[in-house]
Design a protein around this ligand. Structure first.
Ligand code: F0G
Length: 361
């Protein structure tokens, strides 16, 4: 059997997009072959929305550590190694710490991760621990963790690998390149959850770069969605005690606030908020209508698109809308189990199962 496709040809985002990245042949490639994630057409949610919306999901949960953070982390850690770093450090709501742990381990340098005690999903904690990061639970929220990490990395020779690190943004912009490469054009709208505000900024930079280089004819309008209990950009002021079921975006004072605001303004987009109920409804719908299992924060973009579509925001013409699904559902098994129906029980007996299924009386 031969096929036109090679399962082994993808080299990871640095090598694939090196002409757009601040790397040279001498830059080490610390990679888990991240990127090339699927752009999946919606079969249920998109068609059921009012208007003519071609909806796609950019499933970033398919990256090696299960979130979009791998794109930025391959760049941040590769550049840290090139620059001689001996230690990496980050604050995280979980996914950044999982990626920092994995990529630092591959580079052979230790990682220190600061996480809010009690507010990170179980899968993410397991990843940081299994990949050998020194994991410190701080009695505070993400904003406290980031403050401490900034103060330490300002004063000690440690590579900061949060999205304040410009190389993280460079890596993350490759997701926008992939969307355009697959669609053959930029979408009309790009929706995604917003926490520390790095990803929406990185996508915008990627779309702008492809456009400025003449690869695409236009750019999408960027649609960012925060959780209602953690929506500083919508409210216009920091939120001291952010609260949401979507722990990945439980952030009250985003580090990239200004950049994200500029991205939204330049693109003619918006930042809005969605309630935990709307997030969880989209989370369940992605699972039971699309067959795509994401973590709760990842559903915020979809919840936002549903909300905007319901009020006619997308108009009557056909539009292409891409939602980034930022992280895999296996990251947060607790939330999934708490919302799912209980499994049924049966004896170890074929006839009993046949009867349960209504296949025989
Ligand atoms: N979705 C998921 C699953 C995330 O983990 C994050 C951020 C976001 C969305 C928001 O992206 O911060 O660039 O606006 N997680 C960070 C972390 C904060 O530490 O893992 P953002």
């Amino acid at each position: 059997m031969t096929t036109a496709y090679s399962p082994r040809s993808w080299p990871g985002v640095i090598e694939a997009y090196k002409q757009f990245l601040p790397v040279t042949d001498a830059t080490p490639r610390i990679t888990l072959l991240e990127g090339a994630t699927p752009l999946i057409p919606s079969v249920a949610i998109g068609p059921s929305l009012p208007g003519k919306i071609r909806l796609f999901f950019k499933h970033e949960g398919c990256n090696p550590t299960g979130s979009f953070k791998d794109r930025g982390m391959t760049m941040a850690v590769s550049k840290a190694v090139e620059e001689g770093a001996r230690l990496t450090m980050c604050a995280s709501t979980g996914n950044t710490s999982a990626a920092a742990a994995a990529y630092s381990t591959r580079a052979g340098i230790p990682a220190v991760v600061l996480i809010p005690d009690g507010y990170i999903a179980l899968g993410k904690l397991a990843q940081a621990l299994m990949c050998g990061a020194r994991t410190i639970q701080i009695a505070g929220n993400f904003d406290d963790c980031l403050r401490i990490v900034r103060e330490i990395t300002d004063n000690y020779p440690i590579a900061l690998v949060n999205s304040l690190n410009p190389y993280r943004m460079e890596g993350q912009k490759t997701a926008a390149f992939e969307v355009c490469d697959v669609l053959g054009a930029a979408p009309d709208f790009h929706a995604l959850p917003v926490g520390n505000s790095g990803n929406i900024t990185a996508y915008w930079w990627g779309y702008k770069e492809y456009h400025e280089k003449g690869i695409t004819a236009g750019c999408p309008r960027m649609l960012g969605f925060q959780a209602a209990g953690a929506a500083p950009m919508v409210l216009g002021h920091p939120v001291p005690q952010p609260e949401t079921v979507a722990t990945a975006i439980r952030i009250g004072n985003p580090a990239r606030w200004r950049d994200a605001a500029r991205a939204v303004e330049e693109s003619g987009g918006l930042i809005d908020m969605v309630t935990d109920e709307e997030i969880l409804a989209a989370y369940k719908e992605l699972g039971d209508r699309e067959g795509i299992f994401v973590e709760p924060a990842s559903a915020a973009g979809v919840a936002g698109v549903k909300k905007l579509a319901a009020r006619g925001f997308f108009g009557d013409d056909e539009v292409t809308v891409v939602c980034t699904l930022t992280g895999h559902g296996l990251k947060d098994p607790d939330t999934a189990i708490s919302l799912a129906v209980e499994p049924e029980k049966a004896p170890a007996d074929t006839q009993a199962v046949v009867k349960m299924l209504g296949l025989a009386d």
